[in-house]
Design a protein around this ligand. Structure first.
Ligand SMILES: CC(C)(COP(=O)(O)OP(=O)(O)OC[C@H]1O[C@@H](n2cnc3c(N)ncnc32)[C@H](O)[C@@H]1OP(=O)(O)O)[C@@H](O)C(=O)NCCC(=O)NCCS
Length: 209
């Protein structure tokens, strides 16, 4: 196990979730994966995808095993909404441009995290995914921050991009509509917070929990 795997991550005070970043590398530390996960790992055809999947899992396992269970015992599967989990414990995973991150929050059944590199986008991206009132200008950094908020919430809702990002309207208060609102109600309308950080340099991260 690497030193990074033994780190417990940092608790983000705005959400109470523990968050851990790992660089996407590629070696599987001994004892890190369950037999089922080793088979999934071996089946990826694209090296980039394999490495990202692994780094996200190693980050999640480092957080989950901080309380005791061995990493291989934290078999990360999916709950009924497609959200990654280890038994009853939800985790959220994201990867972007060489970084992977995982977030956990013991006892929480509403958890999503997203990591996104700040970059210039096609003009259609701004108009297709944001309500005009969400963006004062087409500033790539602020738009990326708001995008991570949308994706973190869509992951917490177990929808990902099966829902329209316009169903999440960012602002002083987040407003949900359409499939996102339907799923939120189905989940019992839990209270949540969203926290964003301009981290690592050149990226935005959002956690909803
Ligand atoms: C969830 C989703 C928005 C993430 O997209 P992304 O920004 O490209 O990728 P990120 O790196 O931020 O996040 C990927 C992680 O989201 C997680 N994820 C996937 N589906 C999820 C869901 N329904 N709910 C919560 N988290 C989910 C996974 O852990 C995934 O990483 P992993 O496959 O390595 O474990 C996108 O994958 C999606 O819309 N999925 C739902 C639709 C779907 O399953 N389509 C089939 C694709 S073949």
């Amino acid at each position: 196990m690497t030193a990074a795997m033994r780190e417990a991550g940092e608790v983000w005070p705005g959400t109470g979730a523990s968050v851990l970043y790992l660089p996407v590398e590629g070696q599987v530390p001994g004892g890190a994966l369950s037999d089922r996960e080793s088979a999934v790992y071996a089946a990826f055809r694209l090296e980039k995808r394999r490495r990202e999947w692994l780094a996200g899992r190693l980050a999640a396992k480092a957080l989950l095993s901080a309380d005791g269970p061995a990493p291989a015992a934290c078999d990360i599967g999916m709950d009924k909404f497609g959200r990654p989990c280890c038994g009853q414990a939800l985790v959220s995973i994201s990867h972007s441009n060489g970084w992977a991150l995982a977030a956990v929050k013991p006892g929480s059944q509403f958890l999503g995290a997203d990591l996104e590199k700040i970059e210039e986008r096609h003009p259609a991206w701004y108009s297709d995914y944001f309500h005009p009132a969400e963006l004062a200008s087409r500033d790539p950094s602020e738009a990326t921050r708001l995008w991570t908020v949308k994706e973190a919430l869509l992951k917490a809702l177990g929808l990902g991009l099966m829902a329209d990002p316009l169903d999440i309207r960012t602002g002083e208060r987040v407003m949900l509509s359409g499939k996102a609102l339907e799923r939120y109600r189905e989940m019992g309308s839990p209270r949540y917070s969203v926290e964003t950080r301009n981290y690592p340099a050149g990226f935005w991260t959002a956690v909803a929990a």
